[in-house]
Design a protein around this ligand. Structure first.
Ligand code: SF4
Length: 303
């Protein structure tokens, strides 16, 4: 099954232009985000301090091979490529713990990385599927390393969905994605193709966007539910505050040292979640400057 989003270049450019205006003027941005928050509040699930995360992001490789203007991660990818891959032991530990928790949520095999840089990915998906039979498995990729064979291998081992963010400022498909589209009828699972631009503006990403628009002078008074819904695990077991924290500036624990459940229900994590739910973003250095607001899991959403 194939879905295509944002194919119309003119509509895309229009939306991109509007986003740029919104994110360039602080008063306009605050009004826009406030309106968005009202909508989100109406559609959000209620706060439950004892609830487990609904989604886990796992970076089996914590690197990216792209250079989008809005993303801080290429700088995180510096250093030895060999050193930024998750070990089999750590992955097995995470899966065993999720199974032990009877985790029902979705598993995202990506976060601030390019997951297809890890050639072991079908093996990870298979191993995860053996432990988590009914969970929803998916990933986002920039498509630079995708192929029909690779995509189908992932579907056959248990992945439910692949979302391709096709980055090209001229709004064309990059060659590997074009090739996949030419053979879309042979896909064995769900693919969503999203046209994206490297020079787009998608918020300041917890203040880590290398090309920030507005630099907030004071924290927004807006609820953030992201740390109440999701858990992120990096290649070395690092658990950053949220998926917007691409540079892992605020660390909540490490899965190599502590169990997922203990990290999630630690006093510190619980305090941060509650304070952010109460719309106080002064709680961490990155929340203080973060302009993210579209962070809720609306009722019924799976990813
Ligand atoms: S306010 Fe921003 S940095 Fe803080 S938890 Fe929410 S998304 Fe992450």
């Amino acid at each position: 099954m194939l879905k295509v989003r944002h194919k119309n270049k003119y509509l895309f450019d229009l939306k991109k232009g509007i986003r740029r205006i919104l994110y360039s003027h602080e008063p306009v941005l605050k009004g826009y985000l406030k309106a968005k928050e009202i909508f989100i509040k109406r559609n959000s699930l209620p706060y439950d301090k004892d609830a487990l995360f609904e989604k886990i992001f796992i970076e089996t490789v914590s690197q990216c091979n792209n250079d989008c203007g809005f993303c801080p991660v290429p700088s995180k990818g510096e250093g030895s490529p060999e050193g930024r891959f998750m070990t089999e032991g750590l992955f097995a530990k995470i899966m065993n713990e999720l199974a032990g928790l009877s985790f029902k949520g979705s598993v995202a095999f990506y976060c601030n990385n390019e997951p297809l840089m890890d050639r072991r990915l079908p093996f990870w998906v298979k191993e995860a599927r053996e432990k988590l039979h009914n969970n929803f498995f998916y990933l986002y990729t920039n498509g630079t390393l995708i192929s029909l064979e690779g995509a189908n291998q992932l579907f056959e081992t248990g992945l439910n969905r692949i979302i391709i963010d096709n980055y090209d400022d001229e709004h064309r498909l990059i060659p590997p994605v074009q090739d996949l589209m030419d053979h879309a009828a042979s896909l064995k699972g769900e693919v969503i193709l999203d046209y994206r631009h490297k020079n787009d503006y998608l918020g300041n990403r917890a203040g880590q966007n290398p090309n920030p628009g507005v630099v907030l002078k004071e924290p927004l008074r807006l609820r953030c539910v992201r740390p109440s819904r999701e858990l992120v695990v990096g290649y070395d077991g690092t658990v950053p505050l949220c998926c917007a924290d691409g540079l892992w500036k605020v660390r909540m624990g490490n899965v190599q040292e502590t169990g997922l459940k203990d990290i999630w229900f630690s006093g510190h994590f619980k305090d941060v979640r509650r304070i952010l739910w109460e719309a106080d973003r002064s709680v961490t250095e990155i929340c203080r400057v973060c302009d993210a607001v579209n962070l809720s899991c609306p009722k019924g959403a799976r990813i």
